[in-house]
Structure formats: C-alpha cells, structure tokens
Ligand binder design. Structure first.
Ligand code: FES
Ligand SMILES: [Fe+2]
Length: 402
C-alpha cells in the first residue's frame, strides 16, 4: 500500500457513504485522540443503575480510555461523580472498582477526601494551604429513570428530549425501580468502534449467534418478521405494553441533545423472554400483565443500549480502553422485589447475553485483525447494517465538530 498523506479532514471528505470506514479510523493515533476529545469525552456514557448505590458512601468506578470516574452517593443522598485523580500529584485515588466507604485515602501520599469530594486531610502542607481549593474535580452526571449517565465534559449534550420522550416507554417497565443483579466486563482486543458497529447490526447474527438467532426476529427480513411482529402488536395492549417507536438516534438527535431511541421487536414463537428454554427467568417488570412475546430496544447516545424483555433488562455499554482495545460492560436488572433463588437465578438470567457476547468478542477481534492488514479495503454495508451506517456517519460528523 502506498503511504497515505491525507489529512483527517481529507480522509473524512473522501469517505464513501454506505461503505465501512477507512483503515486509518481504526489505527491512526491522531484520529483516536480526536475521537476521545470530540466524541467520547463530549457525550454521555451509561455508568449503571442507581440501585447499585443505595446508601451514602456507596461508590463504583467507571474507566473510559484515560479517564476514571468515581460515582458515589453523597452525604445529601444524591449520586455524584468525581474525576478519580488526586489533586496533589495526580495519582488515581480509588483503586477499587466498587464498594462502600466514608472517605478515600490517596494511596500515594495519603491525602484524604470525603464522600462529597472535599479534601479533608493533607499532611505536612504549608500553613496557608487552603484545602477547600483542592477537592476532587466534579464530573457531569445525571439520571434517566434510574439509569446513571456520566459525561467527561462540563458542557454535555442536553438530556431534555431523552427524558421527555423516553419517560413513557421507561415507565412501562418501571426502569427506575429495577435492581441490578449482575454485571460483567468483557475485554475486547479491538478498536472500540468495531464493537459498537457490531452491536448495531444483526447481519452477523445468523452466522455468529445461533442462540440469539433462535430467539430474536431482528435477524430475519421484514417480510418474514411481519406476521410475528403483528402477533406481538395484537397482544401488547392486553399485556399493558404500549406500542411506541422513537428514532432520535445519532444524526436524528435534536440539535445539542443526546440521541435516543425506542422500539419493540417480536421474539420467535415459544420464547416469552431471552432465556434458554423460552420460559420466564424473573417476575414480570412494572405493571406488565402478561408476556407479549417481544423485547424492547432503548438507545442512549452513542455508547449505551438497553434491551428490555418482559421480565428482565440488559444494558450494554461499549467504551475504549486504548486505540486497539475496548470493553463491553453488561448489566442485568430485574424488578426490585424479586428474590434470588426464588424468583430468579443469575446463571439463567445471564446465559443468553453471556454466550452472545463471548461470541461477539471473537468476531470483533478477528474483524480488527483483518482491518489491520494491508489488504483491508472498506466494503459496502448490507441492507441489514443501516444503524451501523448511520452511526459511522454520526462519528464522522462529530469528528468535524469544533
Ligand atoms: S498524589 Fe495523591 S496524595 Fe500525592
Ligand atoms: Fe453480535
């Protein structure tokens, strides 16, 4: 291959609509840096559910590329986020991934911070040292029906539209009062965009995910899905599930706002939920009266997705680690009053998306290996990759936003 001297702007301008991205979008450190600055740091990332942090002092850490956030329920009962960076010389302050604490002690020289981010102790500092000026840096944080979102920018996109328009579908499943019962982090040796591109298309489902493909009709074409979709729509009313469709995703987002979406798709006959045998794996969510044989897809911004069956919900968050590595965090949620061992078993609940994500890990890693080759050339998207096409175009748009 000849040397590519195109600038990033030239590279973006030469992108062929309907085709995959040029190799340099997966390998060029300058593009990766630009993505972190203009896409990853400027947008909301799902950090979990408020049920993970029931009491003041309960915390978890969210790591994204070079950033680390401490998400904690403060002394006033509100969930807050702080940069996990000591104000002395910059060490990570909290090395645990989650827990409950009354204070954080920096492991380097022992500066101490309370659960509201205030610096409370710093040994041997001069008399006139003003601790009040050295609290942990606050990050943008908000919640949508109990889902916690964090942004590594002081000027994040507005969540008004998402809060307003998703309120109704989220209330059907009472997302706000769910409880998180399992979380797993999957390390994927690939550029982060490949993992989100993969999540957004089901062209690969028939070949890579036999378990998923037996349950979800998303992988069959509209003509074949039609009768099953109609059957689900016919049942929804009696089940207490309203028929809503929202597409303000990516380039369809209102100006200055985070993109969002909602839709519900039929499962195959015999499957009430995403379980091994098709039978329920937890009690019905919210005020749902019966199984309609469907599953809902919520989209929150560019990195976060929520799949809601009638009896449980699964959230997926894809974030970069470095240019050639990313991770997928998966969270499983059930209704708050469900009891483990009686109403649900974690193994049954997590089975489908654990096998599916393990398979995705492999295909995404193989995709990245091929993309690194001198023989890689962007190929055309199929008709089943329209969401991925939209997402890649949104990425290119955001990279040019100053
Ligand atoms: S870097 Fe934290 S106390 Fe020195
Ligand atoms: Fe997949």
């Amino acid at each position: 291959m000849h040397e590519d001297n195109r600038t990033i702007d030239e590279l973006i301008a030469s992108h062929r609509p309907g085709y995959a991205l040029d190799q340099r979008f997966y390998t060029d450190p300058d593009i990766y840096k630009l993505e972190i600055d203009r896409v990853v740091s400027r947008n909301w990332i799902l950090a979990g559910h408020q049920s993970e942090l029931p009491e003041p002092g309960d915390f978890k850490v969210l790591n994204v590329a070079n950033e680390s956030a401490i998400i904690i329920r403060g002394s006033d009962g509100d969930v807050k986020a702080f940069a996990n960076v000591c104000r002395h010389r910059g060490s990570l302050v909290c090395l645990e991934s989650q827990g409950s604490t009354r204070r954080f002690t920096c492991p380097y020289h022992g500066w101490m911070y309370d659960i509201d981010g205030n610096l409370t102790a710093a040994r041997s500092m001069p008399e006139d040292f003003d601790k009040s000026e050295y609290g942990l840096n606050k990050l943008s944080i908000d919640t949508i029906n109990g889902l916690v979102l964090v942004c590594f920018s002081d000027d994040p996109p507005s969540l008004d539209g998402a809060k307003r328009d998703l309120a109704e579908p989220m209330s059907i499943f009472d997302i706000e009062s769910l409880k998180l019962v399992a979380h797993k982090e999957y390390a994927i040796p690939a550029n982060w965009k490949l993992s989100i591109e993969n999540y957004q298309e089901c062209y690969h489902c028939a070949t890579a995910h036999p378990e998923y493909a037996q349950r979800h009709t998303l992988m069959v074409d509209r003509r074949k899905r039609g009768p099953l979709q109609d059957k689900m729509l016919g049942k929804m009313d009696a089940c207490g599930i309203r028929n809503i469709e929202i597409d303000r995703i990516d380039k369809n987002a209102p100006p200055g706002e985070m993109g969002y979406g909602y839709s519900r798709t039929a499962l195959f006959d015999g499957f009430l939920t995403g379980s091994k045998d098709g039978k329920p794996v937890a009690p019905l969510l919210g005020d749902i009266k019966d199984y309609d044989g469907g599953a809902s897809d919520f989209v929150f911004g560019a990195f976060s997705f929520l799949l809601v069956y009638s009896d449980h919900a699964v959230a997926y968050v894809f974030t970069p680690v470095d240019i050639g590595n990313c991770k997928c965090d998966i969270y499983w949620l059930v209704r708050a009053d469900a009891e483990e061992g009686k109403d649900y078993e974690v193994d049954e609940l997590t089975w489908l998306w654990d096998v599916t994500t393990e398979a995705d890990k492999t295909i995404i890693a193989n995709n990245f290996k091929g993309v690194l080759s001198r023989y890689y050339k962007p190929g055309p998207f199929s008709g089943m990759e329209s969401a991925e096409k939209m997402w890649t175009e949104w990425i290119l748009q955001e990279l040019q936003r100053d």
